[in-house]
Design a protein around this ligand. Structure first.
Ligand code: TXA
Ligand code: MG
Length: 336
């Protein structure tokens, strides 16, 4: 069925549309909506049959757990019986916002939401449409990114339709999302924090209030759920050319080597380097010194290259400072 698509102004939210979306959530429907990070595909988090529909619509494997979204701290009581002392200051500082925290799960959370784990991932989004939808529905909303499994997350309503047209009930079109990469997922670990997925809250920001922050790597990530080696992928093959001296020369060499096997090459370049690829299909990620801009454009550009039928994307890596860590994490995953 065609989804009911409604344009919504986050500064002047249409009450009728919100009411309709909330009713759908309460009747086991699927509603795609913008958050400050990316678009989410929402269903009631306390209804296992509703949550099951998310996996079906996204073609998501049943071992990749969902994030549960809340609008107020009271709802956390439904999801967990244990809020560790150290986590309180995290919530105070970063909620609402792009931080997902892993808690011990309560009995109320259906096993399908957490794919059988004894923990649940919770986040309080700051995006106004998301907040108002959760409040109107009156239940926590389980919402992964609103893309088909493995594809780049949607930062525009059109991206959601490209992937999920005919598979969802409603789409709230609130324009482009602000941050453009997903939330940071953290696992509290004694006094410290283990970052399972870098995202909208930077490691530097976390370090400013938590004594010990570690970014999970290697085996730790293999053990962590939903960590598929290839993810966020456009149809095109992605080759990352690492940041550093000689980057442009390396990218040009990679391009000419690739040209032997593939006609349609796209270059994803830093603003400062764009001119070096004259005559080629080059798109600018952003100024290398501004990781916020780079993050906000990444998924959008990967999808644009796809729409143009590009076979190989040669992507310049950027510095891993700030949101650059999340950008490079997604680029490396896209490269598989
Ligand atoms: O910004 C975001 O987080 C977006 C918006 C819609 O809120 N959502 C999102 O959800 O990115 P999704 O499903 O694409 O990513 C959820 C990831 C899982 O793949 C898994 O890595 C992690 O969150 N996760 C969920 N539950 C977990 C748990 N109990 N333990 C560890 N990791 C978990
Ligand atoms: Mg996702």
């Amino acid at each position: 069925m065609k989804p009911h698509v409604v344009k919504i102004d986050p500064h002047n939210i249409d009450r009728e549309a919100l009411k309709k979306a909330a009713e759908l959530i309460n009747n086991r429907g699927l509603v795609a909506f913008p958050t400050e990070t990316v678009y989410g595909l929402g269903a009631s988090a306390l209804d296992p049959r509703a949550a099951a529909k998310i996996f079906e619509a996204k073609k998501r494997p049943l071992d990749d757990p969902l994030i549960v979204h809340i609008a107020g701290l009271k709802s956390l009581d439904d999801l967990t019986d244990e809020v560790p002392q150290g986590v309180v200051k995290l919530m105070e500082r970063f909620w609402p916002g792009p931080l997902t925290i892993i808690f011990k799960k309560s009995k109320k959370v259906p096993p399908i939401v957490t794919t059988g784990l004894d923990t649940v991932a919770v986040r309080m989004p700051s995006g106004e449409i998301a907040r108002r939808l959760i409040m109107a529905a009156g239940v926590p909303i389980a919402a992964p990114s609103a893309n088909l499994f493995g594809r780049p997350s949607p930062t525009k309503a059109g991206h959601v339709l490209t992937d999920l047209d005919g598979r969802i009930d409603m789409l709230l079109d609130g324009g482009d999302t602000e941050i453009g990469v997903e939330s940071t997922v953290v696992h509290p670990d004694g006094e410290g924090l283990l970052v399972l997925r870098p995202g909208g809250v930077t490691v530097e920001e976390l370090e400013s209030i938590v004594p010990e922050v570690r970014v999970a790597g290697g085996e730790e990530l293999e053990k962590s759920p939903g960590k598929y080696p290839q993810h966020y992928s456009p149809r095109a093959r992605v080759i990352v050319v690492e940041d550093g001296p000689g980057q442009v020369d390396n990218a040009l060499r990679t391009a000419s080597e690739t040209a032997a096997q593939s006609k349609n090459i796209g270059i994803l370049a830093k603003h400062e380097h764009a001119d070096a690829y004259k005559g080629m299909n080059v798109k600018v990620l952003g100024p290398s010194g501004d990781s916020r801009i780079c993050a906000s454009r990444l998924f959008y550009i990967l999808r644009e290259f796809d729409a143009e039928g590009v076979d190989v994307i040669i992507a310049e890596g950027i510095s891993e400072k700030g949101l650059g860590l999340a950008v490079m994490n997604r680029l490396r995953k896209a490269a598989g």
